[in-house]
Design a protein around this ligand. Structure first.
Ligand SMILES: Cc1ncc(COP(=O)(O)O)c(C=O)c1O
Length: 342
């Protein structure tokens, strides 16, 4: 076990957190004249700062205790708070593997933290030999691993993630935003043996709640407690908490949509294989496909002209485009447009 306090910024360790009215009195019965709320309306009261009802349901689903869950205003808040909790601006470093999700580097830049970007190998896996010397560098506070990785779509080998966890004495942030679509279970079970692991998931993808901005972090009780001290008091609105509760109460819908997206992905792959201008369709454990074409910039513009918007990833991986799996109808429109591409 790692002494987490050794990694936390000194000013965070000594922080006197804000105490909200809902912290000072947690009971729900009575006349509430404590938070300068408006007594009229339906959204007039501040939400539960710790989202207890939501966490209760999530804890059962994920097989963890409520004390191991943090809910942020999207995963982006979870990422930003990690920088603010663990990284001294202008001094510390973080490490990730490129190409990957763009917010790690943006958040690093916002927080004035140097980002070490190690390129993934040609199979989009971590080059462990190249990483090895960095694992003993105490100025590196966070390692971000995105699995399944965006935009490449592949899972990172579990053995490599475990090796990193066993050797690195900082915080490992495993971003599992797309794990529901994968052919491997979440590595959330590793929390039992590693108190420096943060597993990030989100309601934005498989749960279909991107507009509600709900990112989750699963970690050791000590790390979650620090997150709770640093977060804005009411970081998840009551409407958004309820949206997640409703989704969790309708697991049938979640499973149906997940199955639909997976079937559509296979159908799309089969059709894309018939389009000879597509050179490579990379294997995907996510709800998107990365494809390599002869001229990504041209194809991207052609599709935009036809009002079909995909993501141009040419700058990250030469001549590559990322396609989110849509409905059968949307995917059909894409295929028809691609058939006319000469
Ligand atoms: C790998 C990865 N993590 C996190 C996110 C963002 O999740 P959220 O909507 O919860 O901020 C994305 C969004 O595209 C993503 O690709």
């Amino acid at each position: 076990m790692i002494d987490i306090n050794q990694i936390v910024r000194p000013n965070i360790l000594t922080l006197n957190p804000y105490t909200s009215a809902r912290d000072a009195h947690t009971g729900r019965e009575g006349v509430f004249l404590d938070a300068n709320e408006n007594p009229y309306g339906t959204l007039n009261r501040y939400p539960d700062p710790y989202q207890r009802k939501l966490k209760q349901k999530l804890a059962i689903l994920k097989g963890v205790a409520q004390e191991n869950i943090f809910i942020g205003n999207g995963s982006d808040e979870v990422i930003d708070l990690a920088f603010r909790i663990f990284c001294n601006p202008g001094e510390d470093k973080v490490l990730t593997f490129s190409p990957t999700y763009g917010m790690y580097s943006v958040s690093a830049a916002i927080n004035n933290i140097e980002l070490i970007n190690l390129p993934l190998a040609t199979n989009f896996q971590i080059n462990m030999d190249e990483l090895s010397p960095y694992l003993n560098d105490s100025s590196i506070k966070l390692i971000f691993i995105c699995s399944p990785n965006n935009p490449t779509g592949n899972l990172i080998y579990s053995a490599d993630i475990e090796l990193i966890l066993n050797q690195f004495e900082g915080i490992v942030i495993l971003d599992e935003a797309y794990i529901d679509f994968a052919n491997r279970d979440s590595l959330i079970g590793l929390l039992q043996s590693h108190n420096n692991l943060i597993v990030m998931q989100t309601f934005s993808k498989a749960w279909g709640l991107a507009a509600a901005r709900l990112g989750t972090a699963y970690s050791s009780e000590e790390i979650i407690a620090i997150y709770n001290r640093v977060k804005p008091p009411y970081n998840v609105s009551a409407i958004n908490q309820q949206a997640a509760i409703d989704a969790l109460d309708n697991i049938k819908n979640y499973k149906e949509k997940l199955a639909l997206i997976k079937t559509e992905k296979e159908r799309l792959i089969t059709k894309l294989k018939t389009i000879h201008r597509i050179k490579t369709i990379y294997p995907s454990d996510a709800n998107f496909l990365l494809i390599e074409v002869t001229d990504a910039n041209r194809l991207y513009k052609d599709l935009v002209a036809k009002k079909i918007i995909i993501r141009n990833r040419d700058k990250q991986i030469a001549n590559c485009l990322r396609i989110s799996i849509g409905t059968a109808e949307e995917n059909e429109k894409l295929i028809n447009a691609l058939r006319t591409y000469a």
